[in-house]
Design a protein around this ligand. Structure first.
Ligand code: NI
Length: 284
């Protein structure tokens, strides 16, 4: 018996490549997450940027707790079993009335993982609506193999390389993933998805938490991950410590090292050397 998802939701994930909405945290807790991130932004010179948007759960205890949230983990366990790593987290923040978008892509393209057993829990800190650039999914596309992508490095594209699938996507089949604050969607690493700009008067903030079962291996260089449930009998990833305080100095150093290494995997074959270099090629 699944722990959180219904059998129908598990079947839907297998058939369509996604399931939503699922209540992960309360709307009040989502508002609190937003407040904490914005309090940090207020003292650090503006919107989260560069490496701070990635593996941010290594820098803030409240996000370390979120990636270990039992409701989220129960749902992921329903799909991928009881031994789970959080491989990374990525903030997707679209400022009010800005052109930032995400092109149609499969997450699996540059991640350097051995199998497509990867699921994203996308947790909404603000509501996600068609007006503010909610994600769109093309149902069933996770059943395709890896599709070739081209890099665009479009400055308004929130993806690392501005990558997009090299096939025509039938936008008429797209499903808009509308979420309330504190709700999440779960999507498969091969699902074709994207998102349009935020035309609304407020920011749209979501945290994408990437989970893998412990048997998945890094295949493009050493990488790290956080064991969040069960046991890791494989040890394919360098274990990650948990922050005790916001911007814990020991963790800031660790975070910089592992995100720089991870960025080299994601940007392999390009001139970009770290998330903080993104600006050098016109990236956010
Ligand atoms: Ni994606």
């Amino acid at each position: 018996m699944p722990k959180i998802l219904s059998s129908e939701q598990v079947d839907a994930f297998r058939r369509d490549g996604y399931v939503f909405p699922i209540r992960a945290i309360s709307a009040a807790d989502a508002a609190d997450c937003r407040r904490r991130i914005e309090a940090f932004e207020a003292t650090s010179g503006g919107p989260l940027h560069g490496g701070l948007r990635h593996k941010t759960h290594l820098l803030f205890p409240f996000l370390a707790d979120l990636v270990r949230n039992p409701v989220i983990l129960d749902a992921v366990e329903d799909l991928y079993g009881p031994d789970l790593l959080c491989w990374t987290t990525n903030f997707f923040i679209k400022e009010a009335a800005t052109p930032s978008f995400v092109s149609w892509h499969q997450d699996s393209t540059y991640w350097g993982l051995s199998t497509p057993d990867v699921v994203t829990a996308w947790v909404a800190f603000t509501p996600a609506t068609s007006a503010n650039g909610a994600m769109q999914f093309i149902p069933g596309t996770h059943l395709h193999d890896q599709i070739p992508h081209r890099d665009t490095f479009d400055k308004d594209n929130l993806l690392t390389r501005g990558q997009e699938v090299m096939v025509d996507v039938d936008g008429a089949k797209a499903v808009t993933i509308t979420l309330g604050a504190g709700e999440m969607s779960l999507h498969h690493v091969r699902l074709v998805h994207g998102s349009p700009p935020n035309h609304s008067a407020d920011r749209r903030i979501g945290l994408a938490i990437r989970y893998i079962p412990t048997h998945v291996r890094p295949i493009a260089g050493a990488d790290s991950a956080t064991l969040v449930r069960g046991v890791d009998a494989f040890g394919h990833f360098e274990p990650e410590p948990r922050p005790a305080i916001d911007m814990d100095p020991a963790l800031v150093e660790f975070h910089h090292r592992v995100t720089t290494r991870n960025a080299r995997i994601l940007y392999r074959g390009t001139a970009v050397r770290s998330y903080d270099d993104e600006g050098a090629v016109g990236r956010r």
